[in-house]
Design a protein around this ligand. Structure first.
Ligand SMILES: CCCCCCCCCC(=O)SCCNC(=O)CCNC(=O)[C@H](O)C(C)(C)COP(=O)(O)OP(=O)(O)OC[C@H]1O[C@@H](n2cnc3c(N)ncnc32)[C@H](O)[C@@H]1OP(=O)(O)O
Length: 210
């Protein structure tokens, strides 16, 4: 495929991911008596039939950069992230900024697909957002790092439909241990805070030695 065709294809994939996000939003807002339910199920089944011969094998998507797989994985690992992957429809629209000063930040606005208590973001998703942005801040210190511990304080409701500013910074490093703090602000006020520990594995995960 030429560069120009690749670029057009990527734009189509990004548009498809956005449509899938809009679909998730519509699904959680559907009235259970909706008359379009049978047609909706049929149309989605045909979309899945269209994709069946084109999805990459699971083995190509797990493991690391050089993991055994039948062919090269096409596309970036980061694009598939459930929190910030532009091609993963369960990821909200998020643009990550990772800075040289061991900080990371982003803004996002969440809709009903992320609702916990009425009008508020689900607490598990609040933790996921913090884990992810804090993980990127920790990642500025070492390439491979895992969350070892994460403590979240839910100070106030994290609102749906309002812009959330999520930020994280490396607080201190103690040997292998990378301690990170993070927070979420809505309308300038802190609504959730977190502190956590990130660690590199003792050995580089299989498939990522190169
Ligand atoms: C650039 C890429 C950015 C990517 C961002 C995406 C972020 C995504 C984040 C994730 O989703 S990570 C997935 C969820 N996490 C995991 O799956 C990790 C599972 N745990 C492990 O694999 C291992 O525990 C781990 C590799 C993290 C560490 O194993 P180790 O055997 O090297 O360490 P150990 O568990 O014994 O703990 C190391 C030290 O931390 C200490 N420690 C652990 N928990 C602690 C705690 N809560 N408070 C204080 N210290 C703590 C522990 O006592 C010990 O201290 P010492 O070394 O001084 O003895």
């Amino acid at each position: 495929m030429s560069h120009a065709d690749q670029s057009v294809n990527r734009q189509s994939l990004l548009a498809a991911a956005d449509h899938a996000r809009a679909l998730l939003d519509a699904m959680v807002r559907l009235d259970e008596d909706t008359p379009v339910a049978p047609e909706l199920a049929q149309r989605l089944e045909s979309v899945l039939e269209l994709l069946a011969d084109h999805v990459q094998p699971v083995e190509a998507m797990v493991g690391g950069r050089t993991a055994d797989r039948s062919g090269p994985r096409k596309g970036s690992y980061r694009d598939r992230s459930p929190i910030s992957g532009v091609l993963n429809p369960i990821a909200p629209p998020v643009t990550l900024r990772v800075m040289d000063d061991h900080t990371a930040n982003t803004t996002t606005t969440l809709g009903l697909a992320y609702q916990g208590p009425p009008g508020r973001v689900h607490g598990g998703f609040v933790a996921s957002l913090l884990d992810h942005i804090m993980g990127y801040a920790a990642g500025t210190v070492g390439t491979w790092i895992f969350t070892r511990s994460l403590t979240v304080d839910y100070d106030h409701a994290v609102p749906l439909f309002e812009e959330l500013a999520i930020s994280a910074r490396v607080d201190h490093i103690d040997g292998r241990k990378i301690w990170v703090v993070g927070e979420i602000r809505a309308e300038g006020s802190v609504v959730a805070r977190a502190r956590g520990l990130w660690l590199p594995p003792r050995a580089v995960p299989k498939g990522n030695e190169g």
